[in-house]
Write a protein that binds this ligand. Structure first.
Ligand code: ZN
Length: 463
């Protein structure tokens, strides 16, 4: 691999396969001051250009619209520096941070200011922010919207942290009306608490935990979101879909013209309940990872386009919290850390199912960008930021939790053997990560200080 650009914000990348307009093309991509200025047919080698070799592809920087950074307040769980380093190593150049698990939660403009101050000196990739819709700020979402959050997250069941309350059905209705009037979007953790069987302790067997969060709880909550989106016209998004049996309802709502999007996560697509060992709380998340038959149906939703995005739901905690209760699935913290490995894990699974790489790429690029209303990322086109990822389709990648760059060395992907790995990542035209630098076996290289930018949603007022 030839290395050309050394931190310049202007330069050129030549690739025999670059992801442009939904297909791979040979391309010679020119960027100036961090912005793509021309995409040319490949000519002879241009001195100083970076070359993406033929066994790799050039992608736009990936987008992950569902990341819990937790700083400030629970920075020992995850922080902006470690999370954004993990993102860069996973080819992700834009993340949108969730409003909870940090303290304060992002439910007021003042809290957003605190978040941004924490992120600014530490972000290696670009960061946008979701706001929170909680019982205490309903009716007062406007100032947070005006401050530039990309939308509002709510829970319909307990969130797991006391400071971020969940909405009941009448509060959901009120939130949707308010958000419709603002022209924002509501992103929903959709589990119906009336159908959950939450207990303090459930034991070390995964089956009891799975049974405590049945598919009907997701289906009921999703039906409620669809009904309110239909009634109010608000844009709504279903977070981390696990229950594939809800796909027909989502498909039908979309066909009816309801402004609804849905995401799923790598762990739902690559892991099955039957494989989870007793006491392995690193696999605990809510909604839960379900059976292999459900996983097959989720893949059908990826292939047919019902599912818009695959996002990490990177939600780490300390190892102690994940291990609390000595492997009791009721007591351990729920959340999976996997920001760095998503595309590799999903591509490995897709390949084993005979699903082309091209099928999953929109769900890592334009899909999550649309979920958050980010309109100039996830694409290689003139005028877009010069964010790129070089991905080696056949590169072996053995996951070792202790080598991943997020803060706490625990992940559901530990010791997995994957195929396909991010080799290099560029942000605003700068090479910020290069796994090949220094030769085989060398530690991956990061260049320079954190240069990620803080993103704000353009505020459109609704007439
Ligand atoms: Zn989450």
């Amino acid at each position: 691999m030839q290395l050309g650009i050394r931190g310049d914000k202007s330069g050129r990348i030549q690739a025999s396969r670059a992801w442009i307009d939904g297909a791979f093309h040979p391309a010679d991509i020119v960027f100036e001051h961090g912005v793509v200025t021309a995409i040319e047919s490949p000519a002879a080698f241009v001195r100083g250009a970076a070359i993406v070799p033929d066994d790799a592809v050039l992608l736009p920087g990936l987008v992950d619209s569902h990341v819990h950074v937790n700083e400030p307040g629970r920075t020992e769980w995850e922080g902006f520096r470690s999370a954004t380093l993990a993102a860069a190593a996973g080819g992700v150049t834009t993340i949108v941070d969730m409003p909870l698990n940090s303290v304060p939660p992002t439910t007021t403009p003042e809290a957003l200011t605190v978040k941004r101050a924490a992120a600014k000196p530490a972000a290696y990739v670009d960061v946008g922010f979701w706001g929170g819709a909680v019982p205490g700020n309903l009716g007062r979402l406007g100032p947070l919207h005006a401050a530039g959050v990309y939308g509002f997250k709510c829970f319909l069941s307990p969130s797991g942290v006391d400071e971020f309350g969940h909405l009941d059905r009448s509060q959901l209705a009120a939130a949707m009306e308010e958000i419709a009037a603002l022209g924002s979007r509501l992103i929903v953790h959709a589990e119906d608490p009336a159908l959950l069987h939450e207990h303090a302790a459930l034991g070390r067997g995964y089956a009891a935990f799975l049974a405590s969060r049945p598919p009907a709880s997701e289906a009921s909550a999703i039906d409620a979101v669809i009904a309110e989106a239909r009634r109010t016209g608000a844009r709504a998004h279903i977070l981390h879909l696990s229950d594939a049996r809800s796909l027909p309802a989502i498909r039908a709502a979309k066909a009816d013209g309801i402004a609804l999007t849905v995401e799923t996560c790598p762990h739902y697509l690559t892991i099955a309940a039957e494989e989870i060992p007793d006491g392995a709380a690193e696999f605990k998340c809510c909604p839960p990872i379900r059976e292999a038959s459900n996983r097959d149906l989720l893949w059908s939703g990826v292939v047919d386009g019902t599912i818009d995005a695959i996002v990490s739901d990177h939600s780490p905690s300390t190892v102690d919290l994940k291990r609390s209760g000595d492997g009791d699935f009721g007591l351990a913290w729920g959340g999976i850390a996997g920001l760095q490995v998503g595309l590799s894990a999903v591509w490995t699974e897709a390949r084993s199912r005979g699903i082309p790489f091209e099928t999953i790429l929109p769900l890592y690029t334009t899909g999550p960008a649309a979920v958050a209303g980010l309109d100039d990322v996830g694409v290689l086109e003139v005028g877009a930021p010069a964010h790129f990822t070089a991905f080696g389709l056949d590169d072996p990648f053995e996951i070792r939790a202790e080598e991943l760059l997020h803060k706490n060395p625990i992940t559901a992907y530990d010791r997995r053997l994957l195929t396909g790995r991010v080799r290099r990542t560029w942000l605003h035209g700068r090479s910020i990560y290069d796994v090949t630098e220094g030769g085989a076996g060398a530690a991956p290289q990061f260049r320079g200080r954190p240069r990620g930018r803080l993103l704000s949603a353009a505020v459109h007022t609704v007439a």
